[in-house]
Design a protein around this ligand. Structure first.
Ligand SMILES: [Zn+2]
Length: 215
């Protein structure tokens, strides 16, 4: 049996391509153009990986023959067993990540929810803070910052999707002695589940983690 090899954001990327194939199927008349577009989309899906074995490639290939919604769903289901789940975190682990927080209220997620997470996150109304947890290089890392929901829709810095956002600000100590901080603010999704369903690359998210670690 093939091991899980598809990260959540990569799955989102593949499914975005699959959706394009489905759209083209419904909008384009020319058979040749359709087919070329389907292979172009497969190529883009493959590029989401650094490398692929033949077996893994075979699994992605049916993307080119998506003709209707049922095909799309079938394709999606076929990838499901190969998705890398987010490792469920324990309360003790989270406490260790956020030592300064008095009380943590992480969401109670089902094992299914953990299947499709690029990052674990929750908003704490009391402290008006958003907490973000990510697995990096085999260990869990956390960061938190203030979060002010925005009255207008905007584009999320992480998933580049238009929707309900808020201003997320992290403060980084630059000089402990003089209590100097540098702040970094970005608009990100209010709804973490929505963001995890749309994120197709982790560049912005990873940058933030590097930033708070002073890299
Ligand atoms: Zn987002």
């Amino acid at each position: 049996m093939l091991e899980a090899f598809i990260e959540n954001h990569v799955l989102n990327q593949i499914l975005r391509q699959a959706k394009h194939v489905l759209d083209a199927e419904q909008r384009v008349n020319d058979m040749k153009v359709k087919q070329e577009f389907a292979y172009y989309s497969l190529n883009k899906a493959e590029k989401a990986f650094e490398s692929l074995t033949n077996q893994q490639l075979e699994l992605l290939k049916p993307l080119v023959s998506i003709k209707n919604e049922a095909d799309f769903n079938h394709y999606k289901d076929s990838l499901e067993p190969y998705c890398i789940p987010f490792q469920p975190t324990t309360d003790a682990q989270l406490k260790k990540l956020f030592k300064k927080a008095k009380k943590l209220h992480p969401p109670h997620l089902t094992p299914d929810d953990f299947l499709h997470l690029t990052y674990l996150s929750w908003y704490d109304k009391g402290s008006m803070k958003k907490f973000i947890v990510r697995e990096l290089e085999g260990s869990v890392k956390g960061l938190s910052g203030s979060f002010v929901p925005s009255p207008q829709n905007g584009i999320c810095h992480f998933c580049h999707h238009m929707g309900a956002v808020g201003l997320f600000t992290v403060d980084v100590k630059t000089d402990t002695k003089n209590h100097n901080y540098k702040a970094l603010s970005n608009y990100i999704c209010q709804d973490e589940a929505n963001c995890n369903a749309h994120i197709t690359d982790t560049e912005k998210l990873d940058f933030l983690f590097d930033y708070v670690r002073g890299k």
